[in-house]
Write a protein that binds this ligand. Structure first.
Ligand code: AHM
Ligand code: MG
Length: 331
């Protein structure tokens, strides 16, 4: 395979699909790649640096204790996206409200929503974590008076790009700009993301399902029935269970190997645990672009109209066959 950096790949994709593009979008994405290289370097040092490892004294808007790395990752992304010149609004899992880039509020064409470090409860134990991002377009706001929430609360089908970086045994960036999904592995010796997975497609079916089975007793009955069919062998396949507890890592495995990831409503999270805007939406766009599907059990994730920034949703995402079986049970 041709050795290609993520920047070259983005430019080539633009030339092919959007010949009139100004290059602003690739400039924006380069802010994300730079920020995630810095986050990757910090994640790699977590075990040996007290500045990086462990919890802060703060809780975020969701009432979760912030880890030092959550805060570092958030600051790095805010800094490198806020100085691009074309990002008007940024919204993060770690902040109560969206952040407006005042300098670019009137003309900035993009909104970026992100979870700076997903699965952060896994940091202390050296297990994969990730960054998830979703990019939306907005109309310019020449007077700078429009309600910023109307730019942020857009349904997922309006994303122009989405992706994640998984800080695993290697660091990988996986992204889509609406023309398929590509994966890049960070080569630490040269500090560049190199194309390693061209045109990723999710297998039609898989042999793994992924959910937090400790919540099983409080899953709605349809999900219990679904799991029991998967376990019974009635599908003609024998399933294994795999669950890391980092959405990015669990989804990454699903993307490459197929199967299904399930986070249904539970007793403690009656509307699901995962956040629509910066977790479910980008994952759903990637899944669909790779030939898979993503729903909240019934409805396509990308068609849900968000009403609040930190809104949660049930999430089922995976291969077409597993998703078809769930849809049949839900009918
Ligand atoms: P976080 O954004 O606070 O890290 O939480 C999200 C994580 C996801 O990565 C993962 O899928 C889920 O929470 C795991 O939840 P649970 O521990 O309830 O299984
Ligand atoms: Mg998260």
């Amino acid at each position: 395979m041709l050795l290609q950096t993520v920047q070259q790949h983005i430019l080539e994709e633009q030339r092919r699909h959007h010949p009139q593009a100004s290059g602003e979008f690739s400039w924006l994405l380069s802010g994300i790649t730079l920020a995630t290289k810095i986050i990757a370097a910090q994640v790699r040092r977590a075990g040996i640096s007290a500045d990086v490892l462990g919890a802060t004294d703060n809780e975020n808007v969701q009432g979760e204790v912030q880890q030092k790395l959550d805060v570092i990752a958030n600051q790095v992304l805010m800094k490198f996206l806020g100085n691009r010149g074309n990002v008007a609004i940024m919204a993060s899992e770690e902040d109560d409200d969206p952040v407006v880039v005042e300098r670019d509020r009137k003309h900035g064409k993009h909104v970026v929503v992100f979870d700076p470090l997903d699965g952060s409860s896994n940091i202390d134990v050296n297990v994969s974590v990730g960054t998830i991002f979703s990019i939306l377009k907005r109309e310019p706001d020449p007077t700078g008076t429009r309600d910023i929430m109307s730019d942020v609360l857009q349904p997922g089908y309006r994303q122009i790009a989405a992706g994640y970086v998984v800080y695993g045994s290697s660091t990988m960036l996986v992204y889509t700009a609406g023309n398929g999904v590509a994966g890049f592995t960070l080569d630490p010796s040269i500090g560049a993301y190199l194309l390693s997975h061209e045109k990723i497609t999710m297998p039609e079916c898989g042999k793994q399902y992924s959910c937090n089975e400790a919540n099983y007793d409080s899953f709605p009955d349809e999900y219990k029935e679904y799991l029991s069919i998967l376990r019974s062998g009635k599908t003609g396949r024998t399933y294994s269970s795999r669950y890391i507890g980092s959405l990015v890592a669990d989804f990454h495995r699903m993307l490459l190997k197929g199967g299904v990831f399930i986070y249904p409503p539970t007793k403690s999270h009656s509307t699901g645990k995962l956040r629509l805007l910066y977790e479910a939406n980008p994952i759903a766009m990637l899944a669909e672009q790779a030939g898979g599907m993503a729903t909240d059990g019934r409805k396509r994730i990308l068609e849900i109209q968000p009403t609040t920034l930190h809104q949660r949703t049930p999430l089922v995402v995976g291969s077409r066959e597993e998703m078809a079986l769930l849809a049949k049970i839900m009918q």
